[in-house]
Design a protein around this ligand. Sequence first.
Ligand code: PAF
Length: 284
Amino acid sequence: MLTHKIEEVRANVKKWKSEGLVIGVVPTMGALHAGHASLIKKAVETCDKVIVSVFVNPIQFGPSEDFDKYPRTLEADVELAEGIGADLIFAPSADEMYGEGQRLSNDTLTYVAPPFFYVNKLCGKSRVGHFDGVCTVVMKLFNITQADYGFFGQKDAQQLIILRKMVNDLNVPIELIGCPIVREESGLALSSRNKYLNEKGKEDALALNKILNNIKMCYNKGVTDISALKETAFQFLNEAHELEYLEFVDKENLEDKEKADDNTLVLIACRVDGVRLIDNILLK
Ligand code: PAF
C-alpha cells in the first residue's frame, strides 16, 4: 500500500505494535534498483512488517547538487517494493515531512548533527551539511515508523557508520542492519546516479571497482604501506576521471589508518564524466 501521510504510517504502526509484530524500515530516495531490492528482501526476511520510505530529502543536498534532477520513479518503486513483499510504501512530500511552508534551514529547523570528526572527512568534506540532512531525516523516519530494524547499504559506508553512531549516542531503540554492496556483472556498484551515465561513462566508471580490487589484491600480497597502495590507483584513471578522495579508514569509527590492516575500509569518490560516484571495499 502506498501512503503519502505520516498519520497513516502511524495508524498502521500502532496496529502492528499492538499485535506484537516486528517492524523494519528501509529508508530510500527512490529510483529503486537491485541494491535497494536486496535491502527490502533482507527486511522482509527479518521482519513481520516492512515499511519502505521513498523521499528525495531536500536538506541533504547542497545548493549546487542534483536535487532537482535526482531520478523520481515512484510508480515503478511501489511496484518493485510491493513485489518483494513490502507492506507499506511511505512517500511523503517535503511539506508533509518538514511542515507546510517550513524554511529548510538550520536557523529554523531542529537538526540532528553528527560529530565533526565523522563529517569532516570523505564525502562530508565536499558535501557540507549532507550528513546533518541525512541524520535528521533518518531520525524522523525512525520516529515515524518506530521500526525495530533499519536496513542500509554498505555502499554508503560513511553514512552507515554515522547512523550507527547516532543510534548509539541518542539511544534510539532500533538495530541497524548493513547489507552488502550489489554490483552489476561488470563490477560497477549499483547506484541511482548510474542513470546519469552513458555507455562510455559506465565503462569509465568501472575504474572505481578496479582500483579497489587492485588495492585489495596488493594488500593480500603483503603491501600495507598506504601511499604505495594509493599509487596503484593512477593506472586506472584517465581524463574522464576526477578523483575526489581515496582513503583508508577504520571500518568501525572512520579513524585514518597509518598502515593497512584487516579492519581497513578503503573508500573512493570520483567524478566520472561529471557524475559523482562512490564505492568501497573492506580489506579483510
Ligand atoms: O542513502 C540514501 O538513500 C539516503 O541518504 C537516505 C538514507 C534514504 C536518507 O535520505
